[in-house]
Design a protein around this ligand. Structure first.
Ligand code: GLA
Length: 436
């Protein structure tokens, strides 16, 4: 596949071997879902308000090897987490608070706590999403899921990549034909409906729609999307795509967004800002989303917002503008301008959206100073995980080692929890999720 170096044959063989052993079948029968992680260079924290976002997948992510089980049983193991998850596809799934009670986990013959079997919730969530849209499944799977080393909980949308992996596997095993747009909605049901996180559709749109070499653009209100290619001559386009790398710099902070009230609190603040602005402009009847506030109404009435809400709204409106400008910069192959917009986006996340944890802010500042970096920001919601940067390919190694050393000086305790080989990864753009 054009330009895409992941997964390697070795990684695929490993996953196939584990599933073949679990199922007592031949490894040639094992199918594999490839579900990449994504970065969002521009368009942070505005998807849940119906804003416009941009994304690129990277050549790292989740592999889910599976075989239809021949009956309704689902049996799963994970490369990252202990234990087995078992359930049946004909069990009706309910949102998480009640569903978790039914997770059965067996490790060394003894039952384990809910926390330890938490990783099974995405598989159950996928079943919940399919069932909620009248898909009645009869075929379970025997599967082994494995994420790229060191990158779980990194703000690279490992949760959406996992949810999509289970959706694609269950759909494939049950011969269901489902469009990417339907799967975007199904993954939204996993996150919003099943897990209770009020996030938008950025992550799954990126994972399901991306194509190597393109910037994926999504209007989260209208669902209009497009793949933006640099408008250059073929050889210039190839040169541009080879001229940069993507750095993933890990902070060592890990905790699930669903366990952190910060994300849903910010969503509520954006809604409150929208309510005030809609009221001031005589549009009380519209749903309180910032995308329902015209930019002119924002300019006319922003003085009515109290300071915190004013900052959230400023992030929303300025970030939408950065995405539009970023698409133009990408289309004209101008990585310098594209990078500057990413860095401004990162600053707005810190100053206006106020969601970068201290170590992530430090990493961001280090990346911005690093040799050859065009632009940087923290990835995902900013409460954990990693920072991303676009960097001149010829200086990527130098930049990675600079970032590793500088971060260690500021955060020795966190930095020493990360395997030094994975602390700053040099990646390339990837493709969309697929079944091999
Ligand atoms: C997380 C959420 C997304 C998006 C980003 C921030 O990844 O899952 O919906 O809000 O944070 O841009």
């Amino acid at each position: 596949m054009e330009g895409v170096s992941w997964p390697s044959q070795e990684e695929l063989d490993r996953v196939r071997k584990v599933v073949a052993e679990m199922a007592g079948r031949n490894s040639k029968e094992v199918r594999v879902v490839v579900s990449p992680y994504r970065i969002c260079p521009l368009g942070a924290h505005i998807d849940h308000q119906g804003g416009v976002v941009s994304a690129v997948t990277v050549n790292k992510g989740i592999l889910l090897g599976f075989i239809p089980s021949g009956d309704s049983q689902v049996l799963l193991q994970s490369g990252q987490f202990k234990g087995e998850v078992r359930f049946r596809v004909d069990e009706i799934q309910h949102p998480r608070h009640s569903a978790l009670k039914n997770d059965k986990i067996i490790t060394n013959g003894s039952s384990k706590s809910k926390e330890e079997c938490d990783w099974g919730r995405y598989a159950r969530g996928a079943l919940y999403a399919l069932q909620s849209r009248e898909n009645h499944l009869s075929q379970g799977i025997i599967g082994f899921i494995n994420g790229s080393e060191g990158l779980d909980s990194s703000g690279l949308s490992s949760s959406a990549a996992t949810g999509i992996a289970y959706l694609l596997a269950l759909e494939n095993a049950n011969n269901l034909t489902v469009s990417p747009m339907e799967n975007i909605e199904y993954d939204r049901l996993i996150e919003n409906g099943y897990l209770g996180l009020r996030n938008g559709i950025l992550d799954q749109s990126a994972i399901l729609l991306s194509s190597y070499g393109c910037l994926t653009f999504m209007n989260c209100k209208t669902k209009e999307h497009k793949l933006v290619r640099p408008k250059l001559l073929k050889n210039q386009e190839a040169d541009m795509l080879k001229s940069f790398k993507i750095l993933l710099a890990l902070s060592g902070l890990k905790h699930a967004l669903t366990n952190n009230p910060g994300y849903n609190n910010r969503v509520a603040e954006c809604e409150e800002a929208a309510r005030v602005l809609l009221h001031a402009s005589g549009n009380d009847k519209l749903e309180p989303l910032l995308s329902n506030v015209e930019p002119e109404a924002y300019e006319a009435h922003k003085g009515k917002l109290e300071a915190t809400l004013a900052r959230r709204a400023e992030h929303y409106f300025s970030e939408n503008m950065r995405v539009i400008k970023g698409l133009e910069a990408w289309a004209s192959g101008n990585l310098e301008d594209f990078g500057k917009l990413i860095t401004s986006s990162g600053l707005s996340s810190i100053k206006n959206y106020e969601c970068g944890a201290e170590p992530l802010i430090q990493l961001y500042e280090i990346l911005v100073r690093a040799p050859g970096v065009y632009g940087a920001r923290f990835s995902g919601a900013g409460f954990r995980g990693c920072c991303i940067a676009f960097v001149d390919a010829s200086r990527a190694v130098e930049a990675a080692s600079f970032v590793r050393d500088e971060y260690y000086k500021l955060q020795p305790a966190l930095a020493s929890q990360i395997n030094p080989d994975n602390a700053v990864l040099i990646c390339e753009a990837g493709h969309s999720a697929r079944v091999l």
